[in-house]
Structure formats: structure tokens, C-alpha cells
Write a protein that binds this ligand. Structure first.
Ligand SMILES: [Zn+2]
Length: 317
């Protein structure tokens, strides 16, 4: 049993980080722009577009699960259009974003990156059927007269994470890179490629759009949210760089002797805390949960500075 009084307290969540309330069934569905809609359960986000030829679904998080169908039915019946899902676009292979894909059966065209197909073949998960249509760099969907531009600009959160741009709806969907209004999830969103993930928001901003679908938590994003995320990550990297130059590892080695891992752990734990501290101070009240996962994110960014960029790696004389 965990006693409530033993659990840590955190800074309050700014109301600007919160999205709309969910209904009795646990979802909210709303219009992004024209015939493009988004669905959330306050933890995950998916989107769909109604067209004259059926519905295009973008991701299928299992936490939203059967509520995806309820949300589509609700909008389709209100607008007198077809509720039949004809296409599912996969943002990336992760089960938490597409694990409800199988609910839509076999009679759906699934579209994703070629690497998504390879990773899903490896996973062999019946909940995530492999894409029928794949691409390597760019792919344009023209469904029911609606345009969707898919692009791969290198590895970021995963090797297969794509940019989904709807130019006629002023919308960009890029999952698991920016969480509008919030600090990053643990270990910098458990990103596979740290430099690629740090670079991705600039790529996102190079597109024309007004509405950002980030895949997590309760609200959509704006260009300002993406810029704020860039500043927050740049501040963590800058603080980590300063930490590597100033926190002396020698006392940790002196204390732990031949237990090298104990010395390395104590040094890295101290360094991550040290790197995180000024950023927590600066972003508390600005980004929700700026004080929750940041030490693990600072650790990942600090290690990437060392390993990917060679910052402060000592050379034996
Ligand atoms: Zn993911």
C-alpha cells in the first residue's frame, strides 16, 4: 500500500495546459478545421477526416479504442456523411498510438512509412496490421478530393515517425515530439534519436499550419507551443553542457573505489539533477509538469551531448 503522504508533491498544472472535458464515455471529439476532427481521452490523441468517399483515420490509440468509432459515428451522423473508415494513416509503429488499428478490420487501406512496415512485421502484433501502402520519403494521399501530404525527414522519436500535413486544413500532425503545454514525458519522450528529436520541431515549423496534433494529453497545439518546446529543450541542453563542464566527477570515484558503476551512477544522478534545476525554476507555471520527468530528460540529453556530440569526453594524456 502506498500512503498518499509518501508520494511527492509537484507544482500545480496551469489551466492553459488542459483541454476540453471528456464525455460520459471518456472521449472528446471536436473540429480541428473544416472536415478534420480530433479525438482525445485526455491522455492520447487521434484525428479523422470525413470525405465524400469515407473516413480517413490518423492513428488509433488503444486507450481511446472503441471510442474512436463512437466519435466518428457521432460526427458522421451529425453531418450526414459516411462513417465508413476507408484508410488509416500510421504516424509511427508504436502500439500506444496504433494498437486499435485492428478494430477496423481488414477492409481498410493502411498507410505508413516503409520502416513502419518493417518494424510491425518484426512485432507481429495482430492489433497492428502492417501498412498496405508504404513510402520512403514523400507520399500524397488524395482521398475523396482531400489532400494529405506524408513525409519522412529522418529519425526522431522513432526511425519511422512521419510528418502528416493537411495543407487545406492548416494542420500538422507529428506525434511524440512536442506535448503542447507540457514538459516532455520520461527520458525525453523515450526518443530513439536525441539529436533528430531536438531538430524535429524546426522541421515542423518549416511547414505552413495553424493547428498542431502532438498525440498526447488534452489539447491541440499552436506554433507558439512548438517554439516554447524548442526553447525548453535548448535550455536543458545548455544547462547540461554547463553541468558537464563544471560538476567534478572525481569525488564520486574517490568515494566508491572499485565500484565503478556506483561512482558513475552517483555522478550522473547528481549531474542530471544539477542540469534540471534551473530549467525547472524557469518553466514552472509556464509548462505543466516542468518538475515531473525533467531529471530523466536532462540525463538523456546530457548523455547525448557526450555520446552523439563528444562534449567534455576526457582524453587520456
Ligand atoms: Zn511513440
Amino acid at each position: 500500500m502506498t500512503n498518499d503522504s509518501e508520494l511527492p508533491d509537484y507544482a500545480p498544472v496551469p489551466s492553459s495546459a488542459l483541454g476540453p472535458a471528456v464525455n460520459e464515455q471518456g472521449y472528446f471529439v471536436g473540429r480541428v478545421e473544416k472536415n478534420l476532427y480530433w479525438v482525445t481521452d485526455s491522455g492520447y490523441q487521434a484525428a479523422f477526416m470525413t470525405t465524400r468517399d469515407g473516413v480517413v483515420l490518423f492513428d488509433a490509440p488503444p486507450t481511446i479504442g472503441h471510442n474512436l468509432k463512437r466519435a466518428i459515428d457521432e460526427i458522421a451522423s451529425a453531418n450526414g456523411v459516411s462513417n465508413k473508415v476507408t484508410h488509416i494513416v500510421y504516424s509511427h509503429h508504436h502500439a500506444d498510438h496504433i494498437g486499435a488499428s485492428s478494430l477496423f478490420g481488414r477492409d481498410v487501406v493502411r498507410v505508413g512509412h516503409a520502416e513502419t512496415k518493417r518494424l510491425l512485421q518484426r512485432a507481429n502484433d495482430p492489433a497492428r496490421p502492417v501498412p498496405d501502402v508504404t513510402f520512403e520519403q514523400n507520399h500524397t494521399l488524395d482521398i475523396g478530393g482531400e489532400r494529405v501530404n506524408l513525409a519522412w525527414h529522418g529519425t526522431n522519436h522513432t526511425p519511422d515517425n512521419i510528418y502528416i500535413h493537411l495543407p487545406d486544413h492548416d494542420t500538422l500532425m507529428l506525434i511524440d515530439v512536442v506535448v503542447p503545454g507540457w514538459g516532455s514525458f520520461a527520458a525525453f519522450n523515450v526518443n530513439a534519436d536525441v539529436p533528430g528529436s531536438i531538430a524535429a520541431p524546426a522541421e515542423a515549423l518549416s511547414y505552413d499550419w495553424k493547428h498542431f496534433i502532438g498525440g498526447h494529453l488534452g489539447r491541440l497545439g499552436t506554433r507558439d507551443d512548438v517554439v516554447l518546446h524548442q526553447e525548453y529543450i535548448a535550455d536543458i541542453a545548455e544547462s547540461a553542457r554547463k553541468t558537464l563542464a563544471t560538476v567534478d566527477p572525481m569525488p564520486f570515484y574517490a568515494k566508491y573505489g572499485n565500484n565503478i558503476w556506483a561512482a558513475v551512477k552517483a555522478y550522473l544522478d547528481t549531474a542530471a539533477e544539477h542540469a534540471a534545476a534551473p530549467v525547472v525554476k524557469k518553466y514552472t507555471g509556464v509548462l505543466a509538469a516542468a518538475d515531473v520527468f525533467i531529471v530523466s530528460t536532462a540525463f538523456v540529453i546530457l548523455e547525448s551531448l557526450r555520446l552523439d556530440q563528444g562534449v567534455e569526453l576526457p582524453m587520456h594524456p
